[in-house]
Every structure is written in C-alpha cells, then in structure tokens.
Design a protein around this ligand. Structure first.
Ligand SMILES: NC(=O)c1ccc[n+]([C@@H]2O[C@H](COP(=O)([O-])OP(=O)(O)OC[C@H]3O[C@@H](n4cnc5c(N)ncnc54)[C@H](OP(=O)(O)O)[C@@H]3O)[C@@H](O)[C@H]2O)c1
Length: 281
C-alpha cells in the first residue's frame, strides 16, 4: 500500500470527493476510502478498518448515514480507538448542526486526546443538485416537513475548503467551525431561486412528518425512513435559524451564496425537467 498522509472517509460522497480533489491538487498523498476502495472502509465492518487507518497522519471523517443515527456514537468511539492504535495524529469530523447525537460524537472526538477540528454543517446546497432532493427538483415538486422554517443552507465547496484547511494546518486544531451560507432561506425561497434560474415550474409544499414518512417508505427501507423523519423533526423546529461565522473564521473569506450556486448548477444542466409534478405528496 502506498504511503499516504491524509485519509478521507466517505471519499465518493459530496464532501469527501471535493476534499480528495483539493488535497491531490495541492500535491498531498491521499488515501480515499469508502466501501469500494482498496483498502475498503465500511462502517458496518470495524474489524476491517485498520488497513485504512494504518500510516495515516490526519483523517477526515464523514459518517454514514448520519451522526444523528442510532449507533453513531459507538462507531465514532471505535474509530477513535483504532485511529489511536494506528498512530493517527489528528481527526477532522463532519458534524450536523442542531443534532444532539452529532454533538455527542463531537464530544467523543474532543475527548479523544488526538488533535481535532470539528465542522458543524447546516443543510447542503448540493442536496438540491446531487443529493436526495435532485429527483424532487426535477419532478417539479419538493415536499418536506419543514414548514416555513429558515435554513442557513451551506455550499459543500465551502465545507471542503474548511476541511482541507483544517487537515493541512494545525492552526485549526481545537476549533469548532459552524459553517453556514450567508443567507437564511425558507424552502419556499430556496426553491423559488432554483425555479428562477431554470425557468421551469417548481413548487415547495410543506407536509407533515407523517406524510413525509409515508412517502419515504415507498422508496427506502424502514430504518432509513425513520431516520430521515426523526432528523427532520429534530432540526426543522427553528433551532438552526441563525447564521454562523465558521467559513469566515476558517478561511478569511465570506461563504459562497446560494444564488451563485443556482446559476452555476443550472448552467451545468443538472436540473432538467422529468415527470409532471404530483400535487399530492
Ligand atoms: N446533507 C446535508 O445537508 C448534511 C448536513 C450536515 C451534515 N451532513 C453529514 O454529512 C455526512 C454525509 O456526507 P456526504 O454528504 O459527504 O456523503 P454522501 O454524499 O451522502 O455520500 C455518502 C458517502 O458514504 C459512503 N458510504 C455509504 N455507506 C457506507 C458504509 N456503510 N460504510 C462506509 N461508507 C459508506 C459512500 O460511499 P460508497 O457508496 O462508495 O461506499 C459515500 O462516500 C453525514 O454524516 C451527514 O450527517 C449532511
């Protein structure tokens, strides 16, 4: 196995992929892992984690499915134990804003005795363009149990920039960076901005948690439907209705704006209309 300084867990995901690209562009030796890599890294198989951790100095951790999920604390505790055995010096953890279980995982990293940086992110812009909402956007209807709550959506490119800075520079050690975009937006407003750049009909419909859960059971397994519903219940109560300065503090520049993201993604053609919108979610 080649010598790598940096480990990226979740390397094919929205954050991991961008972090690997940035580190490689800066000439760093990166071990990019997920279930299909060699060595492989599967959160369900802790007995096979050591080869991924061996020889690594700094590890970026993107947990799957979500730090709010049952079992995340046990997994992070075990990862810390194995990272210490393997001689890893520093951990950079991607966390979720307003999630109690995620904050417990952050505390495990704080208490690990290793150097660390915590990146606590709000909802990603890219959920609309490469995540679970892409299909909804393309169908013309985004239905969520989010009412008119305002989210401080954040660009994954900002998260990747903060993560890479934290991985490469020890001045970020011990920091908690709460990363948000520069504007609070309701889902109505976010979806209207996407519609404005695509010129295609797109509606946001607030639904109840029960309707959301029922809709999910058609497409995902029961534990995933439960997890996504409880996540929405936890974070869409207004607790995240505030901007944070993590991007500015970490990078010395303002966060990227949602409008620029919309224009860029529309120009790239990611939002193309598919089926006519179903009015009843
Ligand atoms: N989306 C948001 O708005 C948001 C906001 C705040 C925080 N977060 C956090 O972001 C994290 C997700 O990060 P992301 O968006 O970068 O990832 P993502 O785009 O959802 O991709 C998931 C990554 O996890 C890997 N993966 C899936 N199942 C796995 C398993 N059993 N074991 C190991 N790896 C597995 C996937 O790779 P393979 O399929 O190749 O294995 C992929 O690299 C979660 O922890 C979530 O809490 C998300």
């Amino acid at each position: 196995m080649s010598q790598s300084t940096f480990l990226v867990i979740g390397a094919t995901g929205k954050t991991g992929r961008r972090i690997v690209q940035r580190l490689q562009a800066q000439g760093e030796a990166v071990r990019a892992v997920s279930r299909g890599s060699a060595p492989a890294f599967d959160w369900e198989q802790p007995e096979h984690w050591l080869p991924a951790l061996s020889g690594i100095e700094v590890a970026y951790i993107s947990y799957y499915p979500d730090l709010a999920a049952p079992g995340s604390q046990e997994a992070i505790a075990e990862l810390i134990r194995q990272a210490k055995t393997a001689g890893v010096r520093k951990l950079v953890l991607l966390s979720g804003r307003g999630e109690q279980n995620a904050e417990r995982c952050e505390q495990l990293v704080r208490d690990s005795g290793l150097a660390f940086t915590l990146i606590r992110a709000s909802w990603f812009y890219q959920n609309f363009s490469e995540g679970h909402l892409l299909e909804s956007v393309n169908s013309g209807l985004v239905a969520l149990p989010a009412g008119e709550v305002r989210e401080p959506f954040v660009d994954v490119d900002d998260i990747a920039d903060v993560a890479v800075a934290a991985m490469r520079d020890d001045r970020h050690n011990g920091e908690l960076y709460e990363v948000t975009g520069p504007r609070l937006l309701t889902f109505h407003e976010a979806v209207a901005e996407i519609a404005a750049v695509t010129g295609k009909p797109l509606q946001y419909v607030p639904i109840t948690l029960a309707q959301f859960h029922a809709g999910l059971t058609a497409s995902v397994d029961a534990p995933t439907a439960d997890l996504l519903t409880s996540l929405c219940e936890e974070v869409f109560d207004g607790r995240n209705e505030a901007l944070a300065d993590g991007v500015g503090r970490a990078l010395g520049r303002p966060p990227l704006d949602f409008g620029a993201f919309c224009r860029d993604r529309a120009a790239a053609g990611v939002w193309r209309a598919t089926a006519a919108p179903a009015v009843n979610p």
